[in-house]
Design a protein around this ligand. Structure first.
Ligand code: GDP
Ligand code: MG
Length: 441
């Protein structure tokens, strides 16, 4: 996808005269990419129409400005589509506030409830969690475990089957205890959909939440609009949280959720852990949607810290997309030294999240060293091949023996290699911009 957009923009920058044909071609190509990012068809069409209105080709000055103007117009248009025009209700510290979470089962509600509570607790709030999911077995246990880990008070029941009753009891109790952020987690699945929405309506009516947050899995694809709309029709959704942004999905469904609920995205979930939760920021999100991801910062970093004579080689390897074990070895060396290239790779969030999870740097370093020991027992052929089939059982056994590490660990290292290769391959065909060129976006 990154390649597609880069190619589209590249095509545009190569054309000396940007006429309507080029603009259309470019818009079509970017639209295809946005559809692949799960942006709703109707929204993509709206974007196209608006861009054509904004970009008046005759008015554009001659020269390379045109390209910048079109890029900027697309970027701005997408940012605008994520802005419903009014901010969401913001709870105030010290003042009782009830926040109800809704969303389909598996969207990440329970996880996100805890993240939301934890986020505020760190800022000095007194949050509390209420489990009004009486549908799923184990729902209360899950919330209890999360809450206990974060030392957040919780309320729920193993026996009561009426979600409205529990929600009301929980909210009442925590109001008495002077909690200022009372979070109500709800069920996401029912035998009949209509029953779920009726239940949401009842819980909302009984607890009178100040804010209802719709939780959406970034990977639900084109279903986002209908899902968000269905919830909005039964409860007064006032904000959106998009989860699993650490996965492959670019989260274009967020545009649909904003359009359907007329509410802003307020946070994104970026992992299963409690602190993998970020305040939503429009610009990086749109960059990612356009397939430019974190590349703009990444490229700037390359230009900034990698010695000039090493830049072409690194960029060449990146754009070829072939991630061999030898490249991995070199990157490990760099990361351990935290040399310039190591710094660069720590800029790629997914790359560093895989290799060096936050808070586990020591462990990760030891792991990387173990991996390098095993790789020292590899042949040149193995190190330079990008054919995953090459590493058969007998080669794995030989490497394990040679490095004195268990076979299981060699296999684990090769799995890690595959994961990193996948991330690396995203940059294949990447047009390497000149210094500062990406900053426009
Ligand atoms: P619920 O059914 O809506 O309450 O969803 P859960 O909170 O139980 O989450 C469903 C699954 O998604 C669990 O395995 C969570 O760990 C996982 N999950 C939730 N949020 C995220 C996220 O931001 N990133 C990742 N990778 N997993 C998440
Ligand atoms: Mg749940």
């Amino acid at each position: 996808l990154g390649g597609t957009i880069s190619r589209a923009l590249q095509q545009m920058s190569n054309a000396t005269i940007i006429d309507e044909k080029v603009l259309n071609e470019c818009l079509n190509e970017i639209s295809r990419a946005l559809l692949q990012s799960d942006v709703q068809f109707k929204l993509v069409r709206d974007m196209q129409t608006n861009i054509k209105k904004i970009v008046n080709l005759d008015d554009l000055a001659v020269g390379h400005n045109k390209r910048k103007i079109i890029q900027q117009a697309i970027f701005n248009e997408l940012c605008k589509m994520l802005d419903p025009g009014k901010p969401s209700f913001t709870p105030k510290k010290g003042k009782t506030c009830v926040v109800m979470f809704v969303g389909l089962q598996g969207s990440g509600k329970t996880t996100t409830c805890t993240k939301y509570a934890y986020y505020h607790q760190k800022k000095g709030w007194k949050p509390a969690l209420v489990c009004a999911d009486t549908f799923r077995a184990g729902a209360f246990d899950q919330l209890k475990q999360n809450a206990t880990k974060a030392k957040i008070p919780f309320y729920g029941s193993y026996t009561e089957s009426d979600p409205v009753k529990i929600a009301v009891e929980g909210v009442e109790r925590f109001k008495k205890e002077n909690c200022d952020l009372i979070i109500v987690d709800t069920s996401g699945r029912h035998k009949q959909e209509a029953a779920l929405f009726e239940e949401m309506r009842q819980v909302s009516e009984a607890t009178k939440p100040d804010l209802v947050i719709f939780v959406m899995d970034s990977s639900i694809g084109q279903a986002a609009f209908d899902q968000a709309q269905a919830f909005k029709q039964s409860v007064a959704v006032g904000a959106v949280i998009v989860t699993k942004m650490d996965g492959h999905a670019k989260g274009g469904g967020a545009l649909s959720a904003v359009a359907a609920t007329k509410s802003p995205v307020i946070f994104i979930g970026t992992g299963e852990h409690m602190d993998e939760f970020e305040v939503f920021d429009v610009k990086p999100f749109v960059s990612r949607l356009l397939g430019m991801g974190d590349l703009s910062g990444f490229m700037d970093k390359i230009h900034e810290v990698v010695p000039m004579d090493q830049q072409p080689e690194l960029l060449q390897k990146l754009s070829e997309g072939n991630f061999t074990l030898r490249i991995m070895y070199e990157q490990f060396q760099n990361i351990l030294k935290m040399g310039p290239i190591g710094q660069v790779f720590s800029m790629l969030p997914r790359f560093s999240a895989e290799l060096m999870p936050k808070g586990r740097e020591k462990e990760s370093q030891a792991k990387i060293k173990r991996y390098m020991t095993m790789m020292d027992s590899m042949t040149n052929e193995e190190l330079d091949s990008s054919n995953p089939k090459l590493m058969n059982d007998s080669r794995i056994l030989r490497i394990a023996r040679g490095s004195g590490r268990p076979v299981r660990e060699v296999m684990e290292m090769l799995e890690e290699y595959k994961r990193l290769a996948k991330i690396w391959s995203k940059m294949k065909g990447l047009k390497i911009p000149k210094k500062g060129e990406m900053s426009a976006l």
